[in-house]
Ligand binder design. Sequence first.
Ligand code: PLP
Length: 427
Amino acid sequence: MTRSQELFAAAQRHIPGGVNSPVRAFRGVGGEPVFFERAEGAYLFDVDGQRYIDYVGSWGPMILGHAHPAVVEAVRERLGMGLSFGAPTELETRMADKVCELVPSMDLVRMVSSGTEATMSALRLARGYTGRDKIVKFEGCYHGHADSLLVKAGSGALTLGEPSSPGVPKALAELTITLRYNDLDQVRDTFAKMGAEIACIIVEPVAGNMNCIPPLPGFLEGLREVCDQYGAVLIFDEVMTGFRVALGGAQGYYGVRPDMTALGKVIGGGMPVGAFGGKREIMSKLAPLGPIYQAGTLSGNPIAMAAGLKTLELISEPGFFDRLSAKVQTLMDGLKERAAQAGVALTTNQVGGMFGIFFTDEQVTNYEQATRCNIQQFKAFFHGMLKRGVYLAPSAFEAGFVSSAHTDEDIQATLAAAAETFAALTA
Ligand code: PLP
């Protein structure tokens, strides 16, 4: 028995499924999760002494690689000054100023402790601001686990939403309309029928929770037009894409300005942080300025702010995202080439520092296509790569991430592992 197996058995005594977030349990790929001891730069080290090149990056935050010395130092400096005050600190103002500078659609920003809190609070604000209850989201997008967002489409287009988890009240789910990603006609039809009842559209401007699916040209612009026409709030959930696809997020990359933005992951540099913000007119309705309530004991926590601020400072260096995208490009080109050599059908998507690989020969632009890929082949690929020291997300429906710590040698080593794995898939 490996140490990981022993620890997983022990974890299941008192932790549901042995994990504190379901995807970690490896149910999407089979087998048992690896337990980690430490991480540094592009590498994870497990409890059995094995090293892995990491393309999960704690699901997005670790854009500078693990335990970046400057981030660790920024945290260390703050530690002796107190862990939490529940009262204002200058660090929070510095964070708010920096976020609003980097994301110009945000006039005001409120810090929270997770991406889920950020999207949940943005929804409440959009509903309170418009006085409307219905919301529009897209199939395959994940926005955290708030009740209104754990909803799938009903049996036909434009039918009432159905809870995607027991425990979500049906009456609440019926207020969530789930449409096809990248299908602007469906959005227009929906608003033509019930636009006056819809508070907001929430969208991942690059979808990263059904693998990685960029918006088709015109999709985000179309959402902007529809929201303007019907007085609905456009919310970009940039928890994953913010400070990941470009310094200004997907909204900077595609040049579309939402009314509100949810942030998480990179903004905390690996600490539990989220944020939501947007137009002054909307954000001014938030307590204590306005009547819409939202709060948090640990919001704006000084240790978390120190890690996040240092991360934002370092990714603001000129050329950071060009270098990151170039690494992703080398990785994607190399994977496609190795797959073709082995006769494996593979397509890829990428934007900035995130990517998706699909075991199919079609270019994937929506959820339905993502589910049609060869998932069995992905599972075998995942385990083949794991065995060869490469850690990918343990699910065919998650984006991958490259960090600035990944060297060309890391990428070449990954491609060598992939060549062997692809060959084994077709043997
Ligand atoms: N929104 C998006 C786009 C996400 O990818 C995630 C998490 O993966 C969330 C929201 C929820 O964030 P958290 O897990 O920090 O609650």
